[in-house]
Write a protein that binds this ligand. Structure first.
Ligand code: ACM
Length: 629
């Protein structure tokens, strides 16, 4: 009772504070193909019956369980026609199993889908028609569970709608991955890319190579800014980390499947392999003792872009044991994951140790490889043969193009879209996942507020992602995905903050017709979905309420500031005297603000209709000077 009151109160407060309902009162993310609002509404009650044909019964039970949590209703689920005041689920098999038609009228709801997946997506849309409190994890009283009458026709733009979850930089376990899958399912994602191996940990049991997890899954717990940690001493306990057993993986695959999500496993080789060589140093070209990285610096990234390793974190392409190893690993991976692709990584391989290796020189001579790109390509082609021998297809990051792409490989384009365009021109399949639009580890608001990361991706930029850029032939583009790397992500709450709402934006990029996308509508819908996340207890970033801050210099070298808002209707207030601005302070009037010469710091806050929205941003003068350079 107390909880229900609190939920109601928080929803009331957040509505009063932020919400700007989309015009029809219907706020579906991702935007459907067509939405036709009708007069009237349907009200869900204790007496509502869910009826389904046989193929839809799993979905019907899922819906009943989902609705029960917040409403407390124990709705009857019946095979066949359910009669009046019902939710009827029907499958009419069609080529596109993901399409559905949702019809809500005052006497009931009918979802007709091309297959089970389409039915499930219809249910996600249905839930988004109900009040935000439907997402509560506890019973909420005093709510009228109504949905507006509407006809919705819907199907996805792309077959590959992915999110990548790096469970390796920091280990995230079963409960976290299940939660992530549930959050993906709400927004009609169908592909979970698990980044399972990296320098900081090997996260999947491989029975043929047990040290991958007994050694490779553990490092030293460090707290602070990843990448800058002090190197661990030899006697510091290596007890931070973890891994998925093969039983765990089978359970996750089944869990994801029940939500129509495939899992793409990534075994990242030949670079990013410190955890593997810590377990089996004989897989390296450089003899030595290796340790799983704990977040201390081990690569250099000079501005020239020619990065290099301070430690050799690669598998050796000139060593036959490496291919025996990969044959076993890929064999076990192929047996665990039913998805048709295995991701071999292939990114950011520091090759400076290869340059010095006699083994590599001998390989180059024997195989007539003229440079290290060709050595890498030799490796990728051998991995492709291994993966194909297990009945799977190979996909890798766009570095696998360097030195010549393997004959059948698909490319995941991350360094912009150019790798994807190049691969498509050669007739290869492509998934677009460019840093410029789809990197969820990047900062999303002002750097003064965010945990430090080297780049920024604002919500509005993420929303402008189009997986089909000019120059690419549509038939080769399987779709798109966003990637969450977890160097600076230590727990689920921060993970959610990084993913949402940018993954709302990516969901529209991969699901909705390009012509249906509209930033202002989307931004209004995002506010509605914030209410849903408030009810669900899921964290999100409020950065869209905060301005982009542009600092420049006047002709005398003094500082000028301009503010740009991503969404309409915001007023920006500021101070330079250390005090806390509110809506009685100077307001930005769309012309440059001169920063007083002796200003202490700049503080900025946004309001809408007299209510504070964004977080307080404080930028020191030293930082202002740096930004103006
Ligand atoms: C990547 O971001 N290194 C694929």
């Amino acid at each position: 009772m107390k909880y229900s009151f609190l939920v109601l109160l928080s929803v009331f407060v957040s509505l009063a504070c932020c919400a700007q309902p989309a015009k029809s009162g219907i706020s579906i993310i991702p935007e459907p193909v067509s939405v036709h609002p009708l007069p009237g509404k349907f009200t869900l009650t204790q007496a509502t019956v869910i009826g389904s044909d046989a193929a839809g019964m799993a979905n019907a039970s899922w819906l009943a369980a989902k609705l029960a949590t917040a409403t407390g209703f124990k709705l009857a689920v019946k095979p066949g026609a359910a009669g009046k005041s019902s939710i009827q689920l029907l499958i009419k098999k069609q080529a596109n199993a993901e399409q559905y038609h949702l019809s809500v009228n005052p006497t009931g709801v009918v979802i007709t889908a091309g297959g089970e997946a389409g039915l499930f997506y219809g249910l996600q849309t249905l839930l988004q028609l109900l009040p935000a409190e439907i997402e509560s994890n506890k019973k909420v009283v005093g709510i009228q569970w109504t949905m507006p009458a509407v006809e919705i026709e819907d199907y996805p733009r792309f077959a590959w709608r992915g999110l990548m979850f790096d469970v390796s930089r920091h280990f995230f376990g079963m409960k976290d991955v299940r939660e992530f899958i549930d959050e993906m399912a709400r927004y009609k994602y169908n592909l979970l890319h698990l980044h399972l191996t990296v320098d900081e940990g090997w996260r999947i049991e491989i029975k043929s190579y047990p040290k991958l997890t007994s050694v490779g899954a553990w490092n030293v717990k460090k707290t602070g800014t990843f990448g800058t940690f002090t190197p661990p001493a030899d006697d510091e306990p290596r007890d931070y980390g973890g891994f998925f057993t093969q039983d765990d993986i089978r359970e996750l695959v089944a869990y994801a499947k029940s939500r129509y999500i495939n899992i793409l496993p990534e075994i990242d080789v030949p670079g990013h392999s410190m955890a593997a060589v810590a377990a089996y140093p004989e897989l390296s070209c450089t003899p030595g003792t290796y340790r799983v990285n704990s977040g201390e610096k081990f690569m250099e990234w000079p501005p020239s872009g020619h990065f290099y390793g301070l430690v050799d974190n690669t598998l050796c392409p000139a060593n036959e044991q490496v291919y025996t190893f990969l044959d076993k690993v890929m064999g076990e991976i192929a047996a665990l994951f039913p998805f048709e692709y295995i991701h071999m990584g292939g990114d950011e391989t520091a090759r400076n140790f290869w340059e010095k290796s006699d083994q590599i020189k001998a390989l180059m001579q024997k195989e007539n490889l003229k440079d290290l790109n060709e050595v890498q390509s030799y490796f990728v082609k051998r991995v492709e043969k291994i993966v194909e021998s297990k009945g799977k297809k190979l996909i890798g990051w766009d570095e696998i193009l360097e030195g010549g792409l393997a004959p059948n490989a698909a490319v995941m384009s991350w360094r912009g879209v150019k790798g994807g365009i190049e691969a498509s021109k050669m007739g290869h399949e492509v998934v677009m996942s460019p840093t410029t639009f789809a990197y969820l580890d990047y900062m999303q608001g002002d750097a003064a507020l965010e945990p430090p990361v080297y780049a920024t991706l604002r919500l509005k930029t993420a929303y402008s992602f189009d997986p089909l850029p000019p120059g690419v032939e549509a038939k080769y583009v399987k779709g798109g995905q966003a990637n969450l790397w977890t160097e600076q992500v230590y727990n689920m709450r921060h993970l959610q903050y990084m993913v949402w709402p940018r993954a709302f934006a990516i969901a529209e990029a991969v699901w909705s017709p390009a012509a249906n996308k509209n930033w202002n509508n989307f931004a209004a819908k995002v506010e509605q979905h914030f209410n849903r996340y408030n009810a669900a207890g899921i964290k999100y970033a409020p950065s869209m309420y905060e301005p982009l801050i542009k600092i420049s210099r006047d002709t005398n070298g003094g500082l000028l500031v301009n503010f740009e808002n991503e969404i309409d209707g915001l007023d920006v207030y500021y101070s330079f005297d250390n005090s806390f601005p509110d809506n009685f302070y100077p307001r930005y009037e769309n012309k440059p603000v001169t920063v007083p010469k002796d200003a202490a710091a700049m503080k900025v806050v946004t309001y809408r209709n007299g209510k504070p929205l964004g977080r307080l941003i404080t930028i020191t003068m030293a930082d202002m000077q740096k930004r103006a350079k």
